[in-house]
Design a protein around this ligand. Structure first.
Ligand SMILES: Nc1ncnc2c1ncn2[C@@H]1O[C@H](COP(=O)(O)OP(=O)(O)OP(=O)(O)O)[C@@H](O)[C@H]1O
Ligand SMILES: [Mg+2]
Length: 464
């Protein structure tokens, strides 16, 4: 055991190489991250990413298949949570949690819920004897203390006026805050909240943010928060860890994570071939820029052992609520696709021509200069006919980036694509790294139809 006092911003929780398997299903795969003392750390990710499973491992509901979870108390004592019995995780390591689906004693009053939470302390004060319960010894003092603590958290959670009402009769937002107040009555060092803002209206959401900020500022309790509502995450978190299919795909401060291409791709849930397009549509130059470079080792999965683990598609499955296991198809991870794009761009020979210093907004021009080399197409034009290019985006499979690349190589019109020969197709596929895709998506057929359509009005006009 470590006896040094750990200060603010030191890790209170260290999750190392955590894996959780359910039969053949890997819900968490080699996950490592830290939560710092005094901070709000958000754990986010799409449905089924494994967030609740991480909480269940931390709080002793599940015994992890592999990995280490270390909680360092204020006094420096370290607890290996994966080895502690569940009740000791709350009692000794001082970790409290709330649940994705509210779990209150709905028939008990609000105040009773807060007192029940303190039964450990009260039972200890009673000396586990009837004499103790009858008020001899420290029990009475402990009972008074418990009432005071309950009143304190009633006030903080803005529930004093509802103290004597059954918990089940409270509006949803009040029940959420009561759950948090109940957890705080155990005086935790780490509070784990599973989607506390789910289903709240904006007013309730604001009240929740106020309560969480209050906890952070006045109690020193560190918070680990699972949340889907990005406005809550961005407003109140100091640090965000992002999961996708049980793997960490990003880790950093909210502004970093918000613009991480892997996160954008994972959250937008785009089609396989549209990841790059989405990044352009998101329009963040810095994000697009990152496609040209290596992942930032200070933040991203490049630095994370978890991301270095085997291919996601080999290992990760999902089970639906009825328990049926569904395998994730190869390439399901949008984050992995973005990473692959990033690596590809980084290993392209043209990378050498990239300027060392990047100014804001230089991403597109950098890419433009790259793409003017190395592509030979038989029917290039120097400019679009009549100064008006066709909208190549109408061809399914061509996104904004590829449209730009084609334009840069003198392809502006449907009929040009319709007339491509084998050699042209091979050259374009090699350049865009679209192995077999042009044939699969039938760009030529689509282009022929679109060319015919756009030619029709002109023909009619000329015969009149
Ligand atoms: N006890 C269990 N037995 C079998 N599979 C489980 C069990 N608990 C979780 N899973 C599976 O593990 C995966 C991760 O689930 P988890 O509930 O941790 O996701 P989540 O990120 O919390 O999702 P959501 O945002 O929907 O709450 C899912 O595929 C889920 O079906
Ligand atoms: Mg969950």
């Amino acid at each position: 055991m470590n006896t040094s006092v750990s200060g603010m911003n030191e890790p209170i929780l260290k999750v190392e190489h955590l894996s959780m398997k359910f039969g053949g299903l890997v819900a968490i795969g080699d996950l490592s991250f830290e939560a710092r003392r005094g901070e709000i750390t958000a754990l986010i990710g799409p449905n089924g990413a494994g967030k609740t499973t991480v909480f269940n491992c931390i709080t002793g509901f599940y015994k992890p298949t592999e990995g280490m979870i270390t909680l360092t108390s204020k006094d420096g004592t370290q607890y290996l949570l994966e080895r502690l019995p569940g009740h000791d995780i709350n009692k000794r390591a001082k970790v409290a949690r709330t649940f994705q689906n509210i779990r209150l004693f709905s028939g008990m009053t609000v105040l009773e819920n807060l007192l029940v939470a303190q039964h450990n302390k009260l039972m200890k004060a009673s000396g586990f004897t009837i004499m103790g319960l009858l008020g001899i010894g420290g029990y009475k003092a402990a009972a008074n203390e418990s009432i005071e603590l309950a009143k304190f958290w009633l006030d903080k959670a803005d529930l004093t006026s509802r103290a004597d009402d059954p918990a089940g009769s409270l509006p949803y937002g009040d029940q959420r805050r009561l759950e948090i107040a109940r957890a705080m009555c155990t005086m935790p060092e780490l509070l784990c909240l599973d989607e506390p803002a789910a289903g709240l209206n904006p007013r309730e959401s604001l009240a929740l943010n106020t309560l969480l900020n209050d906890i952070k500022d006045t109690t020193g309790t560190s918070i680990l928060l699972i949340e889907h509502d990005m406005s809550v995450v961005m407003q109140i978190s100091d640090h965000v860890v992002v999961l996708e299919y049980g793997r960490k795909i990003s880790d950093g401060d909210p502004s970093f994570v918000k613009s991480d291409p892997r996160v954008i791709a994972a959250y937008l849930g785009v089609e396989d071939e549209e990841v790059e397009d989405v990044l352009v549509q998101v329009g963040d130059e810095e994000v697009i820029e990152q496609l040209d470079g290596e992942p930032d080792p200070a933040h991203g999965p490049g630095a994370s052992s978890s991301f270095m683990a085997g291919p996601i598609s080999d290992t990760i499955g999902h089970s639906d609520p009825d328990g049926e296991v569904m395998r994730v198809s190869p390439g399901a991870s949008k984050a992995a696709q973005v990473d692959a794009l990033s690596k590809r761009a980084a290993s392209a020979p043209a990378k050498a021509s990239k300027p060392a210093s990047k100014s804001a907004g230089s991403a597109r021009s950098t890419k433009a200069s790259k793409s003017t080399t190395g592509l030979s197409i038989s029917n290039k034009l120097s400019t679009p006919r009549g100064g008006k290019p066709d909208d190549l985006l109408l061809i399914k499979g061509i996104g904004p980036i590829n449209k730009r690349k084609l334009n840069e190589h003198g392809i502006y019109h449907f009929d040009q694509i319709a007339a491509w020969k084998h050699a042209d197709i091979a050259a374009v596929e090699a350049y865009l790294e679209f192995d077999g895709r042009i044939a699969r998506e039938d760009w030529i057929g689509q282009a022929k139809q679109l060319a015919a359509k756009s030619a029709k009005p002109a023909k009619r006009g000329s015969t009149k």
